[in-house]
Design a protein around this ligand. Structure first.
Ligand code: UD1
Length: 345
């Protein structure tokens, strides 16, 4: 049994918590560090329910170098890091750019500094398809051009990728795998963990499930005059459990010295573009629950269409998105219903 210790920053968040489950299922020990700014301590109960094991947990801000040094002193022998800790709302980043740069960049730089000192072998970095902007050609490969970011949030992802590249090119002792996620959705099939946005959701699926359960009156579809078959935007919606599994493969690859180079970049998507209207239809088909919705104007800053070519991850990592969109929709709905049962929403 593998008992290497993995530090998961932002591990009580949406993608982080699903990844902790997969890491523990694969036999890794996990320490989570999270400041609980956008997540909840009860997530640890959900992880324990699913895996039978409670991860170590430290409440701290990863952008705070002193707190992070304490953590590395306390947990000697961290083998690898998966860095989810980041602010992630596009709109909020337009209002509070300094907060985004401070949080996202300082967190990464603190980790990279400490990795060298404490001989950590590798870091998985959460990046995003946002780095491709509005692509000229779909599907996008890892070689597709990086476009100027349209938000401070997107810019932090680009800058963080550059920081990692510069640090590794300068001779760092560790490796990195950069994962560019498309649109993560759904929840763990147990409905013990899922996405829990604060306040009014900005993202499509939480807004949709909250509408389906009656918390919101209707879902607004932002634009149906795009140059797409049904006029609504197209995205590559990837199940969060599929996504989480890719992180286990990525960290193992670095720890077992299987990386082909010191920095590797992978798109994580299904390879299938679905429109917003198609997604609503698939939710209704999979769950039998209607989603009241109306067409409204476009949302500023939205990309018209983007989906992944995931061949590189398929071939090199041996990873492939496996969970169907209907199962994903059912998992999102089961999670929303669980939140209702628990009286959370
Ligand atoms: C954005 C970011 C992405 C980030 C993600 C999570 C960009 C280009 N993308 O993805 O990097 O990781 O947020 O914060 O910056 N929609 C509606 N009604 C709604 C909500 C959304 O019609 O109430 C539509 C949007 O117009 C879009 C699609 O649904 O076409 C998906 O939107 P959303 O879930 O917010 O994700 P992105 O904007 O694609």
């Amino acid at each position: 049994m593998n008992k290497e210790l993995i530090l998961v920053t932002g591990g009580t968040g949406y993608i982080g918590s699903h990844t902790v489950v997969e890491l523990q299922n694969a036999g890794y020990d996990v320490v989570i560090v999270d400041n609980l700014y956008n997540s909840n301590i009860e997530v640890l109960d959900g992880i324990e329910q699913i895996t039978g094991k409670r991860p170590h947990f430290e409440e701290a801000d990863c952008a705070d170098p002193i707190a992070m040094r304490h953590l590395f002193e306390k947990y000697q022998g961290i083998s690898g890091i998966i860095n989810f800790a980041a602010s992630k709302a596009v709109g909020e980043s337009m209002q509070r750019p300094i907060m985004y740069y401070r949080n996202n960049l300082n967190t990464l730089m603190n980790l990279l500094d400490l990795m060298e000192e404490y001989s950590v072998k590798g870091i998985v970095f959460s990046s995003s398809c946002t780095v491709y902007g509005e692509p000229d050609v779909n599907p996008v490969t890892e070689e597709s051009p990086i476009k100027k970011a349209t938000s401070p949030y997107g810019n932090t992802k680009q800058i963080c990728e550059e920081i990692i590249t510069d640090v590794i090119n300068a001779g760092a002792s560790f490796k990195s795998v950069i994962l560019r996620y498309f649109n993560p959705i759904g929840a763990h099939p147990s409905a013990e963990i899922g996405e829990l946005p604060n306040g009014v959701p900005q993202n499509l699926i939480p807004y949709l499930t909250q509408t389906a359960i009656g918390i919101r009156k209707e879902l607004s579809v932002f634009g149906d005059d795009y140059d797409t078959p049904d006029g609504s935007c197209i995205r590559d919606f990837i199940n969060v459990v599929d996504l989480a599994k890719a992180h286990v493969i990525a960290i193992r690859r670095m720890l077992e010295d299987k990386s082909e180079s010191k920095i590797e970049i992978f798109n994580l998507g299904t390879g299938i573009g679905l429109s917003v209207k198609e997604l609503i239809a698939s939710f209704e088909r999979a769950t039998g629950v209607k989603v009241p919705h109306k067409i409204v104007g476009r949302r500023a800053g939205d990309i018209e269409k983007v989906w992944a070519n995931p061949s590189h991850a398929n071939n090199v990592l041996g990873w492939k998105a496996e969970i169907s969109i209907d199962d994903t929709m059912r998992s999102a709905w089961a999670w929303q219903c669980r939140l209702r049962e628990k009286g959370i929403m």
